[in-house]
Write a protein that binds this ligand. Sequence first.
Ligand SMILES: Nc1ncnc2c1ncn2[C@@H]1O[C@H](COP(=O)(O)OP(=O)(O)OP(=O)(O)O)[C@@H](O)[C@H]1O
Ligand SMILES: [Mg+2]
Length: 261
Amino acid sequence: MESVLKIINLEKTYKEEQAFLQKAKKPHLVLKNINLEINKGEIVSLAGESGCGKTTLANCILKLITPEKGEILFRGENILEYNKAQTFEYRKKIQMVFQNPYSSLNPKMKIYDTLAEPLIIHKEKNREDKIREIIEMVGISEDALKKYPHEFSGGQRQRIAIARALILKPEIIVADEPVSALDVSICAQIINLLLELREKLNLTILFISHDLNLIRYLSDKIAIMNNGEIVEYKDTESLFNNPENDYTKLLLSSIRTIKTG
Ligand SMILES: Nc1ncnc2c1ncn2[C@@H]1O[C@H](COP(=O)(O)OP(=O)(O)OP(=O)(O)O)[C@@H](O)[C@H]1O
Ligand SMILES: [Mg+2]
């Protein structure tokens, strides 16, 4: 097993905004001693209730925010020590898919230009070929390239957002609730697309979701987060069949009740 991403003792604090003439609030420890290792080609899901720190962890991995303590190793190199040029290269290797595709698709840009933009920024050659290859791979026809985001359905827009995330041939995709805004049948199509792309491109995926049934279907491993900590991290089936942590048990029992109740 080849380790692609390894997080060691990560800590992130948010200093809460101080209103005028108010006493300073205590800094809020949002990530506490996070340890997580992800191997090449794996789909690892992060689950846990709203506010437990999933997006904060994703943002640290993407280098959008800086943690105070710990290390994030990408292929053995600490990304927190990267200089500007190394960070620029790292941004090619790791890409994000959001819940709302509108946050990665500019409504004023034609799909072609949306897909060309990262290639231009990174001075890539053969742009047109790469764009045609990727749009086909996500199951969208080529005439889409001349259109604007509003001309597509939610599911199609998410496919296009995935195409944009993949255009630089990243190694890792971080998908933060990528299907929670979609209808169930569309959601299933997008999930199956992600699985297919993982096979084709040997992608490593960090998937964030509240939907435990979906996570079970999709993931090789699951990390359960509670209040800024990873309380349990293991293979999907052993997590569901043999949860050891009390919080994991509570979380799993909640879906069982919903299913039978
Ligand atoms: N920019 C910020 N400034 C201050 N506090 C923040 C900021 N962003 C997040 N937080 C706080 O950090 C904690 C973790 O937030 P985060 O967004 O990581 O949770 P999450 O697990 O992604 O939740 P959700 O499932 O709702 O998306 C929350 O208490 C949140 O209020
Ligand atoms: Mg979040």
